[in-house]
Structures are given as structure tokens and as C-alpha cells.
Design a protein around this ligand. Structure first.
Ligand code: AMP
Length: 262
């Protein structure tokens, strides 16, 4: 696996590439969720590019970009182990050089749920993904359903801007206790982690309610509302590649999101 830092190096490494190219965009601190995307790319593509970039433009001012977990050496080892060919790890000035002034602004879908809770978030995601699609020109780009609204936003911009990659969305990878893997889980104390388990439990309760024709949002809220040490940002049903029960909660200083297809 080669580690490259510049757009020019990516272009050089991909020159003359005949077979399908797969791209896995990430912000690093790899866990099994990230690795499942890389393995799928490895299976389907001749060349697998993993991008590792903690994208400043998708964090708003109130969020702690500096606090986001980073471990590039461990990430490089993990990506190499699952067979990635190229790790593209640019610094911020490579993707947002002096004078950068063009943004991809997704519409309606980016204004609700995560978009409402994190103003500007999807503008940052859409812009960096469009740039990555333009730099790498992948045939297939891989995303996790863990971030279901992100997948829907990406599908929207790919369709609306006639971008080439096919978008593949893969299931959420969970720990044995049900908590969806997330780089942010590292911030949870052992006690907070126990509290956080109410999130997957609430989504399970919501899905079960839906199966018996009851209200999934009310069922999920019932679980979350009795959990002390957790505050609910939102619980809702949205059409994200099909009806999906989505929730965001805060446990201490850590914000967690999760969802389940109904
Ligand atoms: P991130 O590094 O958090 O931006 O995530 C990079 C990619 O991995 C995104 O497409 C995420 O949706 C995906 N991802 C994150 N957590 C999981 C998970 N637990 N299961 C599957 N995919 C995930």
C-alpha cells in the first residue's frame, strides 16, 4: 500500500488504471465499520483507494475538530492489512488551499435531522466528497448506512450533478452489545458506554413497534426518556433509501447517531 499526500500523487498513481477503482472516504480512527467498506471494495475493485481526511468544513465552530481521534500509523497498518492499494491522507491545505471559494450545497435533505442539528455539516460533506470523486474518479464509492442521511445526501448530489461513481451503502457494524461502532465511542467512559446502549435498544424497540403497527418514534422515545445521563437530539422517521428510524443523542460530551431501517 502506498501512502500519498497530494492530489498530483493520486492522479499519478491512478494513471493508466484499466480496471474498476473503488474509493472509501473516511476520517480515520479505523474500526470494523471502516474495514467492512474496504473489504467490500477489495472484493469488487482492481484498485482500492482509501481517503483519510478529518474534513474541517464538516465540523461547525461549536464542535471540537481538534478533539477528533487521530491515529494515522494504526490506520495505515489496518488499511494495508485489508488490502487497500492507496491511502490518500492529505493535509487541509491540500484540499482547501488559499483562496478556496467553491462549495457544493445540497438542498432540502441537508436541512433536516443532522443538517438541522449541525448547520453546514452536509455542505462540508458534499464538498469534500465531490472533490474526492473528482480527484480519484472512482467507479464505485463505499459508504456506511450508519450515517444513513449522509448516504442519501451523497446519492442526491451524485444524481443531481451527474457524478460518475456508483454509490454502495453497507450495513452498520455493531459491537456485541449492540452499540454501532463509531470513532467517537472512544470518548465514552465505561459508565457512559452503558448509558449509550439505550440508543440501539431504543431503535430495536422502535423497529419492533413498527412491526406490530405501533408508533416507532414513541416506542424509541419511551426507552430513551427513562435513561438518565442521556439527552435526545431527535428521534424521527425519515425516507433515507426507504423508511428509516433515526436518532441522535448526547451522552456527556459525546454525540452519537444511529438508525434502523423499518
Ligand atoms: P467516518 O470516518 O466516521 O467519516 O466514516 C467513514 C465511513 O465509514 C462512512 O461511510 C461511515 O458511514 C462508515 N461507517 C462509520 N461507522 C460505521 C459502522 N459502524 N458500520 C458501517 N459503516 C460505518
Amino acid at each position: 500500500m502506498r501512502i500519498v499526500r497530494t492530489v498530483g500523487e493520486v492522479r499519478g498513481a491512478l494513471q493508466g488504471q484499466a480496471g474498476p477503482v473503488g474509493l472509501v472516504p473516511t476520517m480515520g480512527a479505523f474500526h470494523e465499520g471502516h474495514l467492512s467498506l474496504m473489504r467490500a471494495a477489495r472484493q469488487a475493485c482492481d484498485l482500492v483507494v482509501v481517503s483519510l481526511f478529518v474534513n474541517p468544513s464538516q465540523f461547525n465552530a461549536a464542535e471540537d475538530l481538534a478533539r477528533y481521534p487521530r491515529d494515522q500509523n494504526a490506520d495505515a497498518r489496518a488499511a494495508e492489512e485489508v488490502g487497500a492499494d492507496l491511502l490518500f491522507a492529505p493535509d487541509a491545505a491540500e484540499l482547501y488551499p488559499e483562496g478556496f471559494d467553491t462549495w457544493v450545497q445540497p438542498g432540502e435533505l441537508a436541512t433536516v435531522l443532522e443538517g438541522a442539528a449541525r448547520p453546514g455539516h452536509f455542505r462540508g460533506v458534499a464538498t469534500v466528497c465531490t472533490k474526492l470523486f473528482s480527484i480519484v474518479r472512482p467507479d464505485i464509492a463505499y459508504f456506511g448506512r450508519k450515517d444513513a442521511q449522509q448516504v442519501a445526501v451523497i446519492r442526491r448530489i451524485v444524481a443531481d450533478l451527474n457524478l460518475p461513481p456508483r454509490i454502495v451503502a453497507l450495513p452498520t457494524v455493531r459491537d456485541a452489545d449492540g452499540l454501532a461502532l463509531s470513532s467517537r465511542n472512544a470518548f465514552l467512559s465505561p459508565a457512559e458506554r452503558v448509558v449509550a446502549l439505550a440508543l440501539p435498544r431504543a431503535l430495536d424497540a422502535g423497529a419492533a413497534a413498527h412491526r406490530s403497527a405501533a408508533d416507532p418514534v414513541a416506542a424509541a422515545r419511551n426507552v430513551l426518556d427513562v435513561e438518565r445521563g442521556l439527552t435526545v437530539d431527535y428521534v424521527d422517521v425519515a425516507d433515507l433509501d426507504g423508511p428509516t428510524l433515526v436518532a441522535a443523542v448526547r451522552v456527556g460530551a459525546t454525540r452519537l447517531i444511529d438508525n434502523v431501517r423499518l
